[in-house]
Design a protein around this ligand. Structure first.
Ligand code: ATP
Ligand code: MG
Ligand code: MG
Length: 350
């Protein structure tokens, strides 16, 4: 059978591996860090840095198609890999989502609403941006941010200096604070024939910048639900995308505002494992392998709760509830802020 190469061996790579193996594929993980969560379930693991050209070449030779669980794969590694085997989703999707400034420009050009934004490289840029955008605002590094890391809120102009220090000289972007009633995300998939299937939008709650829970159905009018799905489809088509993408949205009185896109399976799509016949992980593997997409229809209402740090101590409690599906990532050392697993509670039929 074919082998699917996955860049990144975290929990997303692990759950992709399980889905791929269920469809009869072999999986080969490439991960710089030792003892990756995906290592326990994949067929082959390469432990090497992204600078190791020989290891990258051997990985690319050994697989049939390359996908990834995180978007910060260095460009040099991608250049080498994609000269050997197809990378899905494609390089354009990675380039757009690796840099918040490029991402915002891309989304605006598509006619989608985003927060007001400006590039910030120094104190002069920041002062100008604050005049233009106003406070409150959020300063974010353009690259490498996740789980709210690399961000500083500026509630009033006097907080600008500290916020800039927090960026430690990294190229940044200032975003106006969006007044949203709640946050949702669409997990959307596009197959190689261009067909698109979106999962029902989920409603997301963040705590300390980290996703805390996703609930389906989200509080949305029928028109908002349609808007969410159509705008996600527009993004995927514009990128000639193949695979699953997470599209994070703010719900505002003026319509849906796109926060960011992630060219991969997404934490806010974990509910699909127990709410749909075909979940986001299988859907992604189907797309990158050139299979028809599965039906993304939701059969149940679900509440997904992330288990962060010592939340895992609650497993015995969850295990007593027969309506709760437990998903642990096989991480041994518990650290504050570390995603250890999640649970999906079925709250009723859809
Ligand atoms: P992720 O782990 O989802 O990749 P991230 O580190 O890339 O997170 P963002 O999604 O940009 O960070 O921001 C994290 C959260 O901070 C958002 O989900 C939202 O709650 C809040 N936030 C970010 N940008 C804005 C904004 N412009 N206006 C209002 N709230 C915002
Ligand atoms: Mg992000
Ligand atoms: Mg986010």
């Amino acid at each position: 059978g074919a082998t699917i190469g996955i860049l990144g061996g975290g929990q997303l790579g692990r759950m992709l591996s399980v889905a791929a193996s269920r469809l009869g594929f072999k999986t080969h993980i490439y991960e710089p860090g030792a003892n990756p969560p995906a290592g326990h379930v994949a067929d082959v693991v390469t432990t090497a840095p992204y600078e190791d050209e020989a290891a990258l070449k051997a990985f690319a030779d050994a697989v049939d198609v390359i996908t990834y669980e995180f978007e910060n794969v260095p460009t040099s590694a991608l250049d080498l890999l994609d000269s050997v085997k197809p990378i899905r989703p494609n390089r354009k999707a990675l380039a757009v989502s690796q840099d918040r400034l490029v991402e915002k420009a891309f989304l605006s050009e598509l006619g989608l609403k985003v927060a007001p934004y400006a590039a910030v490289d120094d104190d002069v840029d920041l002062a100008e941006a604050l005049v233009e955008i106003g406070a409150p605002a959020i300063l974010k590094t353009r690259r490498f941010g996740y789980d709210g890391k690399g961000q500083a809120r500026i509630m009033a102009p006097e907080e600008a200096d500290q916020a800039l220090k927090d960026m430690a000289g990294a190229p940044s972007i200032l975003e106006g604070f969006v007044e949203f009633s709640h946050e949702i995300s669409v997990i959307a998939a596009r197959g190689q024939s261009g067909d698109i299937s979106c999962f029902d939008p989920g409603e997301n709650v963040h705590k300390s910048g980290i996703l805390h829970s996703t609930t389906v159905p989200a509080r949305l009018s029928p028109a908002q639900r349609t808007d969410a799905v159509l705008l996600a489809a527009k993004i995927l088509n514009a990128l000639n995308y193949v695979g699953v993408m997470g599209v994070e949205l703010f719900v505002t009185s003026g319509g849906l505002v796109v926060n960011e896109i992630a060219p991969r399976v997404h934490n806010s799509g974990h509910w699909t494992q127990n709410g749909c016949v075909i979940d986001q992980f299988e859907q992604h593997i189907r797309a990158v392998a050139g299979w028809p997409l599965g039906d993304g229809k939701r059969h149940s209402n679900v509440e997904m709760l992330n288990l962060i740090g010592d939340d895992v101590d609650r497993i015995p409690e969850f295990a007593k509830d027969g309506a709760v599906a437990i998903h642990l990532y096989g991480k041994t050392d518990v650290k504050p802020g570390r995603k250890m697993g999640h649970v999906n509670k079925i709250t009723g039929p859809a």
